[in-house]
Design a binder for this molecule. Structure first.
Ligand code: AMP
Length: 406
């Protein structure tokens, strides 16, 4: 890793400001329903505490309060959970900048302090220099450990680095090293599994990894634009008409570069996606929904919602030979159990392989969690948008701004 990390600098007796990604899901009563992101920050928090800093000041955003103080987006529940996880008091302050906050930090008896939601201030997302400076005045050293927001140049990810020595946390380091190792120096054969809603979101990844990948397996909503580009009937499935030419060009480019692109040879289809939801799951109202499996052509009035059994078999056979697998985007509407089978079977299959398996964040990570396979993957990214941009080969501003090793 080319960037300095917390391990490279002296933290003792320093005030250390750490940008975490505590943007966790909560239910209607504000109970945290998944604390993965808080737990993912523990190695950095525990490491810094072991170096005896003067203060450990944690900052994060939660949800989208859009620059206003909205109590349901308060970080108070995170302070409580963090306290349980680190077995140490966490002092929660009611803002993140200003003289009063600075005073409270300096006078606090506690060494771990969590500041209130950064996005209660519009200046955070605007990357406003005075707001960045105010954050910087709170500490001696800045640590970015929020991979999930590293693709955004915000005051707490990029702006603050102009005013403080800025290094990577251990989670950020882990994300960068797994993703870059798999992309730049993959053990071959290297397979890329792509799915999710839209082709337009994944074009950058395909174009960046086409020269490196040996095979690309496509499923999910994005597969139907490719199938249409091949002249197949796709009924009422997701189609991005303006991306048909791009899909054709990608198929042609892959053929020339001898990269095998796999598309579904059969699909699970439905006549309607009529759901009932409760707080934890979504289910289909079966009384009004018809589901069947067809080949590549989907009749009018029907929607492709998952890959079929022959496709699952083909994809598992192709993946069997791979040594590195990167997966971004579910292969069907996995949120509904009836359409989760393709993602579930492929996830189950690769979880048995002794190969490097890298899971993009966001919905793909949610799918792996739904199938309880988290511990079976080499690395599950904590950032959906960030991992996508990393795989596209883009420079992430929150990483680029950190101090270089040399
Ligand atoms: P993305 O964020 O682009 O990875 O997309 C994830 C979303 O794609 C999930 O919410 C899935 O429900 C959705 N998805 C997967 N397969 C399909 C499909 N066949 N049609 C529509 N949406 C899909």
């Amino acid at each position: 890793m080319e960037k300095l990390t917390v391990r490279d600098i002296d933290l003792s007796e320093k005030k250390v400001l750490v940008r975490c990604d505590f943007n966790v899901p909560q239910d209607a009563n504000l109970n945290i329903t998944d604390d993965t992101r808080i737990r993912a920050s523990l190695p950095t928090i525990n490491y810094i505490l072991s170096r005896k800093p003067k203060k450990l000041i944690l900052i994060s955003h939660l949800g989208r309060p859009d620059g206003k103080v909205i109590p349901k987006y308060s970080l108070k529940p995170i302070a409580q959970r963090l306290k349980e996880l680190i077995n140490q008091e966490v002092k929660m302050l009611n803002d993140c900048i200003g003289a009063a906050i600075q005073k409270e930090i300096n006078q606090s008896q506690e060494s771990v302090i969590l500041l209130e939601n950064l996005r209660f201030h519009p200046e955070e997302e605007q990357n406003e220099p005075n707001f960045s400076k105010s954050l910087a005045t709170l500490a001696d050293i800045f640590v970015n450990d929020a991979f999930g927001t590293a693709h955004r140049a915000h005051a707490s990810t990029e702006g603050v680095t102009h005013y403080l020595t800025s290094v990577a946390g251990l989670l950020l380091e882990r994300e960068i090293s797994y993703l870059s190792q798999a992309m730049e120096n993959p053990q071959k054969p290297f397979a890329l599994i792509l799915g999710g809603a839209k082709v337009s979101d994944k074009i950058g990844v395909i174009l960046n990894l086409l020269p490196k990948a040996d095979e690309i397996l496509i499923g999910g909503g994005m597969s139907y634009t490719f199938l249409r580009a091949q002249g197949k009937q796709i009924g009422n499935s997701k189609l991005e008409k303006d991306k048909l030419d791009t899909a054709k060009a990608i198929l042609e480019k892959a053929r020339k570069q001898k990269v095998k692109i796999f598309l579904p040879v059969d699909n699970v289809i439905t006549d309607t996606i009529d759901t009932i939801s409760n707080s934890r799951t979504q289910e289909l109202k079966n009384s009004r929904t018809h589901i069947k499996t067809v080949g590549e052509n989907i009749p009018d009035g029907w929607i492709g919602v998952d890959i079929g059994p022959k496709t699952i078999k083909n994809y598992c056979a192709a993946l069997k030979k791979a040594k590195t697998i990167i997966w971004n985007g579910p292969l069907g509407i996995f949120e509904l159990d009836a359409f989760a089978n393709g993602s579930k079977k492929v996830a189950g299959f690769i979880s048995q392989l002794k190969v490097v398996t890298i899971i993009g964040g966001g919905d793909t990570a949610a799918a792996i969690a739904k199938f309880h396979l988290e511990s079976k993957m080499t690395h599950i990214s904590t950032g959906g948008g960030a991992s996508l941009e990393f795989l596209e080969g883009k420079t992430l501003p929150g990483i680029a701004a950190l101090a270089d090793k040399k």
